[in-house]
Design a protein. Structure first.
Lengths: 338, 338
DNA sequence: ATGAAAGCGCTAACAC
DNA sequence: GTGTTAGCGCTTTCAT
């Protein structure tokens, strides 16, 4: 394998000049650049990225710590993030944390070993009480989601309360009053579940309706379809009438629709359903799912841009908090509005 | 940041001994190991992975080139591969190729730059005619899927023909004779589409049935749900009776079910549907989808093990071809067998 | 079972 | 605009 010194010899220049050419250093005579590139081609030279990384201390790789890619929200988010990174010449090392504390702590340690320059971190197991773990990490970190907050790190998140309130309002506007919630968690974390429940509660309160505990569907084992179906079945089994459902993500909503239809409920006539996330599947369910688009593409783009700016020193001194705009996407699972 | 020399000084040993301890070299006196580990803890030392990589020439990172993670099959496959790699102490750099030739060629070039030690490659745009591109790459490559074949590289794949034949037989056994196919491609590649069509054709031929071209649903724009719905609608619009559907993946099948139900067909009574892949969604559709489980977990495990063995020199000299076993998972979209 | 010396291939810092 | 020098922090090689 030829090295930079071989290229330099062949081109009749120094290794540093070859390095300059290959790094895009601008002040180089055109004739020199051409000579160097010709030598590169003739030798079939490919730069040894590991030597460059070692010497420069920058890998050009950022970590992405998410619970799991099989969940459509994270799979689609990962695609958006990989694309945003690619456009900036960054590679991404994905570390699925499996919803575990150890997995997330391991992801936080990784950049210290210098394999990645910074981290995009979507916590699911760590809690608000662990926020101090994000201080003085020694590398740039961008927090995603709403599991924890810190005034000391960059954070990109979504309008959880507003989204859930808008979803609930949509059902209330359609005259629904027995609105179940799917996706409650017993654990007292500051995560999406609590925020989305707050939106639900606020929407009801604004119309003077109190929360009926029999309408709360619990999904402590994860926001998968199966748990959505189970939680919906639990609510129906409790014997309470239901004419609307706010699910805390689309997978839960699709599972809930399944449970409703198995029990002979018609959607949206008997029960109207709203999800959260706008995953691709939401377009093709039967009926298609009305849902909250949390602005996923914007989240990916802003998060990567922010991390990139931190790495290049282009970001502001103060930590940035970016909240993407949500919007409701109306489809067949809710009645058409007049 | 402390270096290995700092740890060595503190522990009263040489840098090499520290290196030996941290690399798991077995022949080290227990007392020495303890002294070294104590020094590591006291200094809060973390090894500089980039220096290790640079010197050793091995990154411990393998590339995974797949079309996109948003497609559930690839998202779930990626999770399985990441887990199999994690168990072996390997990191994975995912490179979505976006179904493009350039994306796939870029992925093939990446290991030459030494950022990854080897590559797991699931081609979608390259074709059989490009197989020579896989020769003499200078790094270990494991091919996934059936887009291209080569006798010169390791290959892990699935029983495409057998799976599609079994899916078709299941419908034939149920008395269905007007069986549509969803997922035909016009491009003459050696991919899954052609193999699965072969299985379909063989199953029909075994019963003396010829293929009716009006029953072929084309999905050249990708195997997404929307295209499955569109292809199914095209077949129905052609005015031919349909009592069964073999879809070449689950997303197409779910889209086809949507189109069938929109047009008032009952599943499985009017039309029975079988998919391919056994993605998680297949369990929660309405009705739940009968599908071919291609052995995805086995594919991930074997592919990573094979690449790992190549990197450590433990693999056999000859290229390995591993074909995972398929099995049919019967659910509500096909009639119950007596 | 441990140590000493060498050097991987590149870029930072500075010289000219 | 380009060259010189030095050295990043580890592992390899070889010695003991």
């Amino acid at each position: 394998m030829p090295t930079m010194a071989d290229v330099a010899r062949r081109a009749g220049v120094s290794a540093k000049t070859v390095s300059n050419v290959l790094s895009g250093y601008p002040y180089i005579r055109e004739s020199t650049r051409e000579r160097v590139m010709a030598a590169v081609d003739e030798l079939g030279y490919e730069i040894n990225v590991t030597a460059r990384i070692f010497r420069s201390g920058r890998t050009g790789v950022v970590g992405l710590a998410v619970p799991e890619l099989g969940q459509p929200y994270f799979g689609e988010l990962a695609d958006e993030i990989l694309e945003a990174a690619r456009r900036r010449g960054l590679h991404v090392l994905i570390q699925p944390t499996g919803f575990t504390r150890e997995g997330e702590l391991a992801a936080l340690r990784e950049p210290r070993r210098k394999l990645v320059d910074g981290l995009l971190f979507s916590p699911a197991a760590l809690e608000q009480a662990d926020a101090h773990l994000l201080d003085d990490l020694g590398y740039p970190l961008v927090l995603l989601g709403e599991q924890m907050f810190s005034t000391r790190v960059d954070h990109v998140t979504m309008q959880n309360v507003e989204g859930a309130r808008a979803a609930t309002d949509l059902l209330l506007d359609a005259g629904r009053r027995q609105i179940a919630v799917i996706g409650m968690l017993h654990s007292p974390t500051a995560g999406s579940s609590n925020l989305r429940f707050t939106g639900y509660r606020e929407a009801l309160a604004a119309r003077g309706i109190t929360v009926d505990p029999r309408l709360l569907g619990w999904a402590d084992d994860g926001w998968h379809r199966g748990n959505g179906a189970r939680a919906m079945a639990d609510v129906l089994d409790a014997g309470v009438e239901v004419d609307g459902v706010v699910a805390f993500n689309d997978a839960l909503a699709l599972g809930a629709m399944y449970a409703l239809q198995v029990r002979g409920r018609s959607i949206p006539d008997d029960v109207a359903v709203v999800g959260f996330d706008d995953i691709e599947d939401a377009q093709y369910s039967m009926p298609a799912l009305t849902t909250v688009d949390p602005g996923r593409r914007d989240i990916a783009e802003v998060a990567v841009a922010l991390l990139h700016d931190r790495l290049t020193g282009a970001a502001p001194a103060e930590p940035v908090l970016h909240v993407a705009d949500m919007r409701i996407v109306e489809r067949g699972s809710t009645p058409t509005r007049r």
